[in-house]
Design a protein. Sequence first.
Length: 295
Amino acid sequence: MAMPPEIDHAVVAALYQFRMATAEQLRVLHTPDSKPELMRRRLRRLKAEGLVEDVVLPHAGRLHVWYLTERGARIAARFPELRGVASPPLPEDKTEARLRVGHILAVTRTHAAFVAGARKAGDECAPLDFLPEVYHRYGEGRDGAVIPDGLLHYTTGGVRRSLNRAFVEVDRGTMGSEKLASKLIGYARFHEHHPVPVHLRRTVGAQSVGPAWQQHYTRFPRLLFVLADTGEQAAQHRIRDLQALAGLHPMVEQMLTTVRAGAARLDDLEQHGPGGAVWHTLADPQRPRCGAWEL
């Protein structure tokens, strides 16, 4: 059974947006009812056409990871659905691709879990409804911006449809808990940042034009921390650290009175879906786990 040619377009678009993916991740995103070999065959043909390249991870059972060539990226950049998406930095060679792949695959795996969960629940979350590395500046210097791993668009179904957005942070346990928790402070600063118009910056008593985030969103997105490649006990420690900061830092505590925030293990997200009771509420450690949209 051959896959229709529009799958080529969808696969190239996904690799442009997510940088790298496995054949199984691409199958989950685009052809969940097909056999795994069909996607692998499709990728091999795209490689023969010079659009994609692969690198083999020997420590992962010789897993093939796929990414675009320069030619593939040039073609994808002209797709209308990718208009405004930043051009991904292509690996210089297979060694660089192999060294960068861990976190990128965890991010792609996270979105695949949202897409698969949405299908099962009758919700809407398309393969490109996750925009990686959205950049929002709130101050000067290297630390004056928030750059979430992804901005998620997710529409819950049912009688009352709800359009949800979330900043998603994917943590693989490669940074200390303190650094992970400090990301909450960055979001709190962005949440409170009120820019002053350029023409008024030297005016005494000049007033801002409202929170900077309102230039992009009607409501501040949820904050979802996804813990990947982390055991149950280690994940609980990191979640408790996030909850502790939420109650100790005044700016974070104030933000969480209106902004919903939670953390969950990626394994649990894949098993139960985003609407499953897998999310720990950061603002209330005593609250039972709930769905992402019930935070």
